[in-house]
Each structure stands twice: as structure tokens, then as C-alpha cells.
Write a protein that binds this ligand. Structure first.
Ligand code: ADP
Ligand code: MG
Length: 258
């Protein structure tokens, strides 16, 4: 069987919708399933890097140098306490992004860099910043699929149209085979009629697949990043971790069918 790497961009230009939490938790769940996982931080905030127990300020080599072409991805990748590989980021990515404007292949650079290490991984999960600029477009260009976390609350899905426009452009001009894996409802409170209505509205308005199960709202997610471990490692059996495990199992089953 050919070794195939599935690269997923986790994107939504709205902040605080659980992009980073989703990348960490799905990465940890796939690792539990004996998958080889690379997480990629392309947010200058470095939240993914930080939440995996690495101080972004301490890093000499990050995804910034990789995008600028001065270092290779393999020089920057670190191994986290949870046993995942991470291509980290810190604030230097802000300057790198600026200097990429006007440089050749700016939106292809992440794909080219990841192609070189892809054989080492079954899954590559990219944590996007809360913008639709070069970094997110670069992630969408490198990915086969995009997963859109969405907080199932009123109006939080307003920006989805804009994201879909960007995805449409990326498909048309850069990456024709980009697929939408779906919308992942996060911080979901299924007890409220309201949350259920929002989910139904998302399905109807955008005709997007909704990934199941929704991720329930639980305070446990706020606790994990502070100690640099994923919520799956710190609280093995809570309902949020369990939901991410089910999503990961579905991803694995979907891949095996292909
Ligand atoms: P983003 O990367 O989209 O900005 P984060 O993953 O950083 O979002 O999550 C934003 C905040 O919401 C964080 O404080 C995180 O701990 C919290 N959070 C994420 N998922 C959940 C959840 N299912 N229930 C409760 N809080 C959550
Ligand atoms: Mg984030």
C-alpha cells in the first residue's frame, strides 16, 4: 500500500472558535491511534506552539525561516511531550509574512516545504491564524482538505461566506483539488434549542458537511495549554476529549476507505 499523507488546514478567520484546540486535540487523538502526526503552526501568535509546552520566544528556527527559504522544515521541527512533531511559530512570522509580499511563490512555499517531509507523516494538521492573508492562503494551498471550526452561537458563522470565497479562489488559481472536510461545531451546548438551530442554519445556508460529533463546551479545554499538554493527555476521559477521539476515528476510517 502506498503511504499517503493527508494534510488538513484548520481555518476560520474568526479568532476564538477553537482552531488551535482542534489541531492539538485531533493531533493527540490521531497519535493515540498510532498515526504519525505533524502539527504546523502558521499563526504568529504561536498559540499552538505554546500550548504544546514550547516557549515560542526560545526558538531559533521556526516556520518563518522555512517560508523565507533560509531553513528547511526538518531543521525547525521539534518533538512535543505528547509525542507529536511540531513545526513551530513565533512572532517573527509577522515580519516574515510582510517580507513575503511581492516574493516569488509566496503562497506555494508552505506546500513545497511540507512536501519534503510529508513521507514521514500520516497526517499533517495546519493551525491557521485568524486572518485570510498569505499565511492562511498558503495553508489552504498546501492542504488536501480544510476543516472549519465554528462556534455554534448566533452570528458566529457570519464570516464563513468570506472564508468560502477564499477557498473558491484557492481552488481556482492554486490548488484545484482542495476539499472541504466540513464544519466542526465547537463549544457546543446541545441542551439548548438555540445551538441546534444554529447547526441547522449552517447546514442549510452553506450546504457544507457538518463533522460529527460536535465538540461539547467544557472548561477542561482552558486548563490544558497552561501545562503544555493536550487535553487528551491531561484529562483522559472527559466528554470533550472523547468527542475529538470520535472525530479522529472517523477521519481514519474515511482514509482507509479511499
Ligand atoms: P482559536 O485558535 O480559533 O483562536 P482556541 O483554540 O485558542 O481558538 O480557543 C479559544 C478559547 O476557547 C481557548 O481559551 C480554549 O481553551 C477555549 N475552548 C476551545 N474549545 C473549547 C470547548 N470545547 N469548550 C470550552 N472552551 C473551549
Ligand atoms: Mg489559534
Amino acid at each position: 500500500m502506498a503511504i499517503v499523507t493527508t494534510t488538513i488546514a484548520v481555518a476560520n478567520q474568526k479568532g476564538g472558535v477553537a482552531k488551535t484546540t482542534t489541531v492539538v486535540s485531533l493531533g493527540a487523538a490521531l497519535t493515540e491511534l498510532k498515526q504519525r502526526v505533524l502539527l504546523v503552526d502558521v499563526d504568529p501568535q504561536g498559540s499552538l506552539t505554546f500550548s504544546l509546552g514550547i516557549d515560542p520566544e526560545d526558538l531559533e528556527v521556526t516556520v518563518a525561516e522555512v517560508l523565507l527559504g533560509t531553513r528547511q522544515a526538518e531543521d525547525a521541527i521539534v518533538i512535543t511531550d505528547d509525542g507529536m512533531h511540531l513545526l513551530p511559530a513565533n512572532i517573527t512570522l509577522t515580519q516574515a509574512e510582510e517580507s513575503l509580499i511581492g516574493r516569488t511563490g509566496r503562497e506555494q512555499r508552505l506546500r513545497v516545504a511540507l512536501d519534503k517531509v510529508a513521507d514521514d507523516y500520516d497526517w499533517i494538521l495546519i493551525d491557521c491564524p485568524p486572518t485570510l492573508g498569505i499565511l492562511t492562503v498558503g495553508a489552504l494551498s498546501a492542504a488536501q482538505q480544510v476543516l472549519i471550526p465554528l462556534q455554534a452561537e448566533t452570528l458566529s458563522h457570519r464570516g464563513v461566506g468570506q472564508l468560502l470565497d477564499t477557498i473558491h479562489d484557492v481552488r481556482q488559481f492554486i490548488n484545484p483539488s482542495l476539499e472541504i472536510m466540513g464544519v466542526l461545531p465547537t463549544m457546543y451546548d446541545g441542551r439548548t434549542k438555540h445551538a441546534q438551530n444554529v447547526l441547522a442554519a449552517i447546514r442549510e445556508t452553506y450546504e457544507l458537511p457538518v463533522v460529527t460529533p460536535p465538540i461539547p463546551k467544557t472548561i477542561r479545554f482552558a486548563e490544558a495549554p497552561a501545562i503544555g499538554r493536550s487535553v487528551l493527555a491531561t484529562a483522559r476521559t472527559h466528554k470533550g476529549a472523547e468527542a475529538y477521539r470520535q472525530v479522529a476515528a472517523g477521519m481514519l476510517a474515511g482514509n482507509k476507505k479511499k
